[in-house]
Design a protein around this ligand. Structure first.
Ligand code: CP
Ligand code: NVA
Length: 345
């Protein structure tokens, strides 16, 4: 199917459940057949103003597997920010490429980019959201439910989803085990990764519990969307990490010092003291709790025993960044109406 309307993906907050499930079923692409060659003769611009290992490698290898190419444009490579505005850069890059995967500082930068881009824009991380991370997390949970973690599997298979405009009509969960409702506890700095978890997981039937110091809470933009979705009250938020992890199937954290917050390092290390994920902290989590982290990781937020131990699913999640980003490239850029009236060709 070809997308006739220019659609961006800057966060999961506006995406439907079938859309989330479709992307989270990306592994069937890997297992069952070669990926489509929907990026043949197409170029995806990787407009990255911050460092990246996983997202960049996933993007470059995905573009190649879909038959196209990725063009890495770092801050030191192009005119943006020094001699040229985001608005003009969006029009120029979008005039030659068929999609833009952008990692920015302030979220308003990617909104400005999307507002002026003639081609779809996908968020590779912003101050507010990290949608591609949460989709890889979700795929990994399904995959584990199908294999090593049968205790995460729903007792009865989910009914096939109805066809969704713009998506393949097959059951997006074909080949993937449906998940039972899981309890997911996030402990640490509430940031971009958590924000997309909050707007996605409760709508897929999972429970979110969060622990953060009182001075570190999600911004109004996130709470407003949670209220609109009717899920704000379902989130259990506390300052006590032990309380948050109570009964949790999955315990998650992220760095305490996100990219761009380096000047706040000393203050943040003090503020998050006591929030490090350890076996002792998680004594009252579910007996078989698993540990998840988007990476890169520092030992402040999780000790080596947990991070490198049998509970950790961090590297399967990292591998799955590729399959979910490939699904998004196919969906957003590969099926964009290249020759239609919206086309820049
Ligand atoms: N998790 C993640 O986005 O990693 P990178 O910053 O290395 O891309
Ligand atoms: N919260 C982290 C995520 C890195 C993938 C950051 O923004 O730096």
């Amino acid at each position: 199917q070809i997308n006739r309307v220019l659609s961006h993906a800057l966060t999961l907050k506006n995406q439907s459940q079938p859309w989330l499930q479709h992307v989270a079923s990306a592994k069937s692409t890997k297992k069952l057949r070669l990926p489509s060659q929907s990026l043949f003769l197409k170029t995806v611009a990787l407009l990255f103003s911050k460092r990246s290992t996983r997202t960049r490698v996933a993007a470059e290898t995905s573009a190649s597997m879909l038959g196209g190419q990725a063009l890495f444009l770092g801050v030191d490579d192009i005119q943006l920010g020094v001699n040229e505005s985001m608005r003009d850069s969006a029009r120029v890059i979008g005039g030659m490429c068929q999609g833009i995967f952008a990692r920015v500082g302030d979220h308003s930068d990617i909104e400005e980019l999307a507002a002026h881009s003639p081609v779809p824009v996908l968020n590779a991380l912003s101050s507010l959201w990290h949608p591609t991370q949460v989709l890889a997390d979700l795929l990994t949970l399904h995959e584990l439910a199908a294999g090593a973690r049968p205790d995460w599997r729903a007792p009865t298979p989910a009914a096939p989803s109805p066809p969704t405009p713009g998506l393949r009509t097959r059951n997006p969960f074909a080949g993937l085990a449906p998940l039972r409702p899981l309890t997911i506890a996030y402990v640490g700095d509430p940031a971009n990764v958590l924000h997309d978890m909050l707007v996605a997981y409760p709508r897929l039937g999972h429970t979110m519990r969060v622990a953060s110091p009182p001075a570190y809470r999600a911004p109004a933009a996130v709470w407003d969307r949670l209220a609109e979705l009717g899920i704000a009250d379902a989130i259990h938020w506390t300052a006590d990490p032990a309380e948050a992890v109570q009964g949790a199937d999955i315990v998650v954290t992220d760095t305490w010092i996100s990219m761009g917050q380096e000047a706040e390092k000393a203050e943040r290390l003090r503020a998050f003291e006591g929030y490090q994920i350890t076996e002792a902290l998680c004594a009252n989590a579910a007996p078989n709790w698993a540990f998840m982290h988007c990476l890169p990781r520092k030992p402040n937020e999780v000790d080596d025993e947990v991070f490198y131990g049998p509970r950790s699913i961090v590297f399967p999640v990292s591998d799955n960044r590729k399959w979910t980003i490939m699904a998004l490239f196919d969906l957003l850029f590969g099926r964009w109406d290249l020759y239609g009236e919206n086309s820049n060709w």
